[in-house]
Design a protein around this ligand. Structure first.
Ligand SMILES: NC(=O)N[C@H]1NC(=O)NC1=O
Ligand SMILES: [Zn+2]
Ligand SMILES: [Zn+2]
Length: 506
């Protein structure tokens, strides 16, 4: 009798356990199938496998485990079969490359205030489609410029629920705040990742240029926060335009003559006169100077190398358009190619590639700086009057790869230029590498797959017609983009909700 009772109790206990288990798994699969609208993949815990994973320890064949948006393990193929992976989704990407998502530290999304130029939704959709998982937005071209806690707040409001990838902000160092340390501190306290200034007119009225005293003062405040100053290094100088020379405004060479290399050289020389303060023991130790979009690969680059050698905390970026194009090949009146500093000749482009391969240029950024097509004056073709800025955001990865192939660019270099170095510059220490503990910000792409960037190719930034890369054949197709574990882009589609998060400095 007692035995039957015991059996009966055990049986009910067993039934209860089974019921609890089924309830647990049913609710889990309910959660997983009832659309996570932030992701095209209904899983919080999964593995991604690839024969080519770019890790800080080199290229491996293996799998990456993602849980709760974080990379929780990275295993080589040989160890993968031993690891526990039952009941967890596995996505096998085969030969496609798995790499840290790109971090673009220089993009103008023009929101709020000029969202007819770009805007957070279209800009971040283009980023996601291009394998960029974090963007750092420049403080100018939006209206107002981001130069105070109040104007940063407007950015934050404008970005809410409208960003498809993670976004951080640079603040502006302008004459109004540069000599006022409490104004700068309040901007830095509000969460900008660092500051940006211009050494020449920016083209935007509420973003005036700074002089070297403003920069020096700014650096002393940035030192306390250990955040960088990004500098547009060109300085206006008198031009020596010979009489009788061809000054056709539709000719790219005319524009090139208006912004010679001496403008970059002059600004960089002046800038490097204060970067010694950033050395260990210097008055601005902890601050860092980052020169944006270097075009001149001659004296400017030599000076930067020398400053680095002396221990100045200095880095430099260039952009894909300086590596892909040369002044000789820019068609008459084709203002899609107008940017500042300008694209120089092919000998200079060779030297820029040399500097990339030698490690003298630290990283790449897009300097995606679009406008409305009307302001590109495409029908006029007047290089002197058209808006200066290249639209490239979605294509920087295939462009880097396509034009870098002949120089022997490796996948590890691409990850260093586009993820590791930028993450360090922006202080985004949870990002930038495929390692345990980092955000699962991942791009899957096929370097060998070629495509024509023609009218039929889906382009997600606002004004495809002004892209300088239209008509090019490129190599490197982005298959999938994960931001903190959310599959935000895959098979040509975006996740329905914009679930990017703001990356504010604390
Ligand atoms: N204001 C602005 O975006 N300027 C950018 N455009 C460009 O070509 N270079 C720049 O600095
Ligand atoms: Zn600039
Ligand atoms: Zn810019």
């Amino acid at each position: 009798m007692e035995r039957t009772l015991l059996q009966w109790r055990l049986l009910s206990l067993l039934a209860l356990i089974v019921a609890l288990f089924s309830l647990f798994f049913a609710s889990r699969s309910f959660q997983e199938t009832q659309g996570n609208t932030c992701s095209l993949l209904p899983h919080d815990h999964f593995w991604i496998s690839s024969k080519r994973i770019v890790t800080p320890d080199g290229l491996i064949s293996g799998s990456v485990e993602v849980k709760g948006g974080i990379i929780v393990s990275v295993v080589k193929e040989a160890d993968w079969y031993k690891s526990q992976r039952s009941r967890v989704k596995v996505i096998d990407y085969g030969e496609a490359v798995l790499m840290p998502g790109l971090i673009d530290v220089h993009a103008h999304l023009d929101d709020p205030g000029r969202s007819e130029w770009e805007g957070f939704p279209s800009g971040t959709k283009a980023a996601a489609a291009g394998g960029i998982t974090t963007l750092v937005d420049m403080p100018l071209n939006s209206c107002p410029s981001t130069v105070s806690p109040e104007t940063l707040k407007l950015k934050i409001e404008a970005a809410k629920n409208r960003i498809h990838v993670d976004v951080g902000f640079w603040g502006g160092l302008v004459p109004d705040n540069a000599l006022n340390s409490s104004a700068l501190e309040s901007l830095l306290d509000a969460g900008v990742l660092g500051l940006k200034s211009f050494m020449c007119p920016s083209g935007i009225n509420d973003f005036p240029m700074t002089n070297i005293t403003h920069i020096e003062e700014g650096l002393s405040v940035l030192a306390k926060y250990k955040r960088p100053l990004l500098v547009h290094a060109e300085v206006e100088k008198d031009l020596e335009i010979e009489d009788g020379s061809d000054n056709d405004p539709r000719s790219y060479l005319t524009y090139l003559k208006t912004r010679p290399t001496s403008w970059e050289e002059g600004a960089i020389r002046n800038l490097l006169s204060v970067t010694k303060n950033t050395r260990i023991g210097g008055s601005a130790e902890g601050a860092h100077v980052h020169i944006v979009h270097l075009s001149d690969a001659s004296s400017s680059l030599d000076m930067i190398k020398e400053a680095k050698g002396k221990g100045d905390s200095v880095t430099v970026e260039t952009c894909p358009h300086y590596l892909a194009f040369s002044s000789e090949e820019i068609p008459k009146g084709d203002t899609r190619f107008k940017c500042s500093p300008p694209i120089r000749d092919s000998a200079n482009r060779e030297k820029l590639w040399e500097a990339m391969m030698e490690g003298d240029i630290d990283m790449l950024s897009s300097d995606h700086s679009p406008t409305k097509p009307e302001l590109k004056l495409m029908s006029d073709g007047n290089f002197l009057k058209a808006w200066g800025g290249i639209s490239s955001l979605q294509f920087v990865l295939p462009v880097t790869w396509s034009y870098g192939k002949k120089y022997g660019v490796t996948l590890e270099q691409v990850a260093s230029w586009w993820s590791d170095r930028p993450s360090k510059l922006a202080g985004l220490h949870s990002k930038g590498a495929i390692t345990v503990g980092k955000h699962a910000d991942i791009v899957i792409w096929e370097p060998e797959v070629e495509f024509d960037l023609d009218e039929d190719h889906p382009i997600h930034f606002k004004h495809p017609s002004i892209s300088a890369y239209l008509g090019r054949r490129l190599s490197g197709k982005v298959v999938s983009t994960f931001v903190r574990g959310n599959l935000v882009f895959g098979e040509g589609k975006h996740a329905s909700d914009a679930c990017g998060s703001l990356q504010l400095a604390t």
